[in-house]
Design a protein around this ligand. Structure first.
Ligand code: DQA
Length: 151
């Protein structure tokens, strides 16, 4: 099975020091290590990427569509603004699990707009770094189901 691509949007490179009361004290490197351990336990491989640029995130989604079996996506602020990311998710054949560290629905009203959720198989929010582990588990199930369906 092709790897599950875990993609991270803007400002997530600052996790650990960025508003820790909201996003927790784990760095993105810590989260990558948690995902690598979870991937081993699930018997899947991962690609883990971060970018601060919308077009680069679109490129990463397109690459995941070609070289991946599923996407775990924390599009960060682009969740609330990006038609381009919505369209990229719609354009690829692999399933996407949306993840967030915080619970956007319990925050500012501008976070109620969400361009990712309508293009995702499902969403996991509010569990801090553990959202990624849950998201990876969901993505692995979807990827394995897809791989079996193609056999
Ligand atoms: C976030 C939530 C978004 O609203 C915010 O813009 C982020 C991080 C999260 O993981 O909680 O940058 O995606």
């Amino acid at each position: 099975m092709q790897p599950i691509h875990i993609l991270n949007g803007p400002n997530l490179n600052l996790l650990g020091t960025r508003e820790p009361a909201i996003y927790g004290r784990e760095s993105l490197t810590d989260i990558k290590a948690m995902c690598a351990a979870a991937a081993d336990a699930l018997g899947v491989s991962i690609v883990f990427e971060q970018t601060n640029h919308e077009g680069e995130l679109v490129d990463q989604i397109q690459r995941a569509g070609k070289d991946g079996s599923a996407i775990v996506l924390n599009a960060a602020a682009y969740t609330h603004t990006s038609v381009a990311i919505h369209d990229a998710l719609k354009a690829v054949a692999v399933p996407c699990v949306e993840v967030h560290l915080s619970q956007p629905a319990a925050r500012e009203a501008f976070r109620d707009v969400n361009f990712v959720a309508p293009a995702a198989a499902g969403s996991i929010s509010g569990f801090g770094a553990f959202s990624y582990v849950l998201g990876l588990e969901a993505a692995a199930r979807l990827a394995k189901a897809g791989a079996n369906a193609n056999e």
